[in-house]
Design a protein around this ligand. Sequence first.
Ligand code: XLS
Ligand code: MG
Ligand code: MG
Length: 396
Amino acid sequence: MQACGGAYPPETRRKYFITGPQWAAAYQGQALFHAPTRQPIGFADVIREYAKIGIGHWCTHDTDVIPTEQLGKDGQKEIVARIQKSLAEHGLKCSMVTTETFYHEVFAASPAAEAPEIREYARFRVCNTVEVGHELGAQFAVYWPGTLGYYVQGAVEETQTLRWYADALNAACERDIVVAREKNRPTLKHCLEAKPFEPQAEILLPTSDAMLGFIASGLLKHPEMVGLNPEYLHELMWGGAPRAALARALLAGKLWHFDINDGYRLKHDVDIGVGLVNPLDWLNVLVLLRSHGFNGPFNLDFKPPRTTSNWGVFAVSFPSAVDRFITLWEMAGEVQQDPIIKEASEALQAGAGVGPGADAKAIAEANKELLTLHELIAHRLVQLLLGLHRGRTFVV
Ligand code: XLS
Ligand code: MG
Ligand code: MG
């Protein structure tokens, strides 16, 4: 990392609303066909190492840190107190909490399964997470529904299942309103996260757009408390353009939280570090976000690859991900101010100046040369990404 150079000091990294998940750093490399390659690590190590790197915010699933059987019990109180101590000791803040509704066998048929006791348990889990969030000073709660879908067709009635899932979110929002009042804190921002594939064959809310439809469906009692946490790769996975998905969320006023990572189109959830696969697209995504005043949270929801060691997770994986993000963010600022892109965009928007009432052929003819600027802008973006706008520095 020293030989690579270009690293930002922790103070600089801390200026961004970048959040580090417990589960990302503690991921051991396991999967269906993969045994773990790393040793388990707990929250105290993760928080301490994030602090050293300059990641100022930490987030967690309930069961990343609290064993399932301790949820809502005294054991939870004791763990939450230890987390508070770790955070305070290292100057980190807890930004977000999320409920695991996908790993435990109780959620095999989803958190909105037919059996009322499963749904009652799911409501307990999301309400308990809201309480933990307030205890830890979080501002956001994220919901990736996980198993909300099915493997075999016909047994699950989709409209009913979605109504039942809405019941859980309604319970979380109502609990939030009560706890926030008791603690004299603002309510949390409840952010839905879609993923098109995994861990079911068919997913009921597979995209951010599906989530927007769900928020506006009339099933939620407090739609104003519910927004989105899109994940970059989850939009690529279904073949969408992440930037366009984010634009639709922005227009709806629902872009509240953003999971940043990278990967490949129409493949599974490989959760590669931000900018390692699609840096040009990432640059464009950040231009959009900057120009709409979205400043985070940017949540590092990637997985250090299986080939990275426990040491490498904090020595290479996280600092390099943070630094690529900040570099791309700064470049996005350069794009916004670039005189060539500015002039080209203004020329495009001024149009060719054909008078009113002209026919289609005349309008098309007049705009032909002007529209060449699209490709010029794309060339300029690549130049900015590669640093070529500063002139060539290496000649063979
Ligand atoms: C899984 C999701 C998950 C959420 C939080 O694919 O990305 O990590 O962000 O549950
Ligand atoms: Mg995610
Ligand atoms: Mg993912």
